[in-house]
Design a protein around this ligand. Structure first.
Ligand SMILES: Nc1ncnc2c1ncn2[C@@H]1O[C@H](COP(=O)(O)OP(=O)(O)O)[C@@H](O)[C@H]1O
Ligand SMILES: [Mg+2]
Length: 283
């Protein structure tokens, strides 16, 4: 498949839209020690006539891996796009550490978030190091930190040995890992992973899971969207179940099972209870 067919929007544009400036973690430009890192209140977004997100609400605490679960079309990507600043004209309110958050209108705010898009956004003709250097420049990583940031990204992706090989020679899993590491290059406190394991072989899936552990050690807060319930059960501290544009319930897997009247049940069963639909039946 040619590059132009593969990406209607170029990888560089996709990245540039998602994150602009380097943010130094710890140089807190956000107040509020007790407020959740991210709060979504009554979020609403329509593509023309089509209402994709309606009255969605959730809270993400600092340092957690928060699972955003739901079938295709539930509105997960749309919600993430609002948080990442790709979509600006939403209804409702976003708060970052308790302060109003309009990332589409503010480059500084946008830099607080890293987005790892569902579709791979990589230059296949370049090697991993060249991709990382390019995106580091686009994301405004200061020149003196680029070398370290690239080394850290290669380590996170487990690609240090293959750093000089062209991306087109990589397996699907390796590309996914590089995609993920690019999203984290500018060290955002909040990282959004949009279905990072779709189409990935089991071994690379495990590597993505290990990346999550490393990201948590680095102090990142992660929102992880998936429609694989067992993955969420294993990886996430808390989850929100999204369905037809709304968040039906949020909490730990055990809390959700309790609330859905099926204590001790797995998330798949909880989802079925909450929506009346089997997740696998969705398109
Ligand atoms: N660019 C778009 N234009 C029109 N409709 C869209 C667009 N993107 C998504 N949608 C619609 O919005 C709804 C939510 O989609 P999306 O946020 O991609 O859900 P998910 O990520 O959970 O699969 C779906 O009905 C989808 O068809
Ligand atoms: Mg999606």
């Amino acid at each position: 498949m040619s590059i132009t067919k593969r990406w209607r929007t170029s990888p560089a544009t996709m990245r540039r839209r998602s994150m602009i400036r380097f943010h130094t973690p710890g140089a807190a430009c956000y107040p509020g020690a007790v407020a959740p890192l991210l709060e979504v209140r009554g979020l609403r977004y329509a593509y023309g006539e089509r209402l994709a997100v309606r009255s969605a609400a959730l809270q993400v605490e600092r340092g957690e891996v928060f699972g955003l679960l739901g079938p295709n079309g539930a509105g997960k990507t749309t919600l993430l796009s609002c948080v990442a600043g790709l979509l600006g004209r939403f209804g409702g309110e976003l708060l970052f550490a308790g302060a109003p958050f309009r990332p589409a209108a503010d480059d500084g705010q946008r830099a607080l978030v890293g987005l790892v898009p569902q579709e791979l956004a990589l230059y296949e003709e370049l090697d991993a190091r060249e991709n990382l250097a390019l995106f580091a420049a686009l994301q405004g990583v200061p020149r003196e930190r680029v070398g370290l940031a690239i080394d850290a990204a290669l380590q996170l992706a487990g690609l240090a040995e293959r750093a000089r090989d062209r991306v087109k020679t990589y397996s699907g899993g390796m590309k996914r890992r590089l995609n993920l590491a690019i999203g984290d290059l500018h060290e955002p406190p909040l990282l959004l992973l949009d279905e990072p394991t779709v189409g990935v072989d089991p071994q690379s899936r495990n590597h993505v899971f290990e990346c999550l552990g490393q990201l948590q050690q680095k102090g990142r807060t992660v929102i992880y969207t998936t429609h694989y319930m067992e993955e969420a059960q294993r990886l996430c501290d808390r989850v929100a179940v999204m369905h037809e544009g709304t968040v039906l319930a949020a909490g730990t897997a055990a809390e959700l099972a309790e609330r859905a009247g099926v204590p001790g049940a797995d998330l798949e069963t909880v989802f079925l209870r909450l929506t009346g639909k089997a997740l696998r039946d969705e398109p």
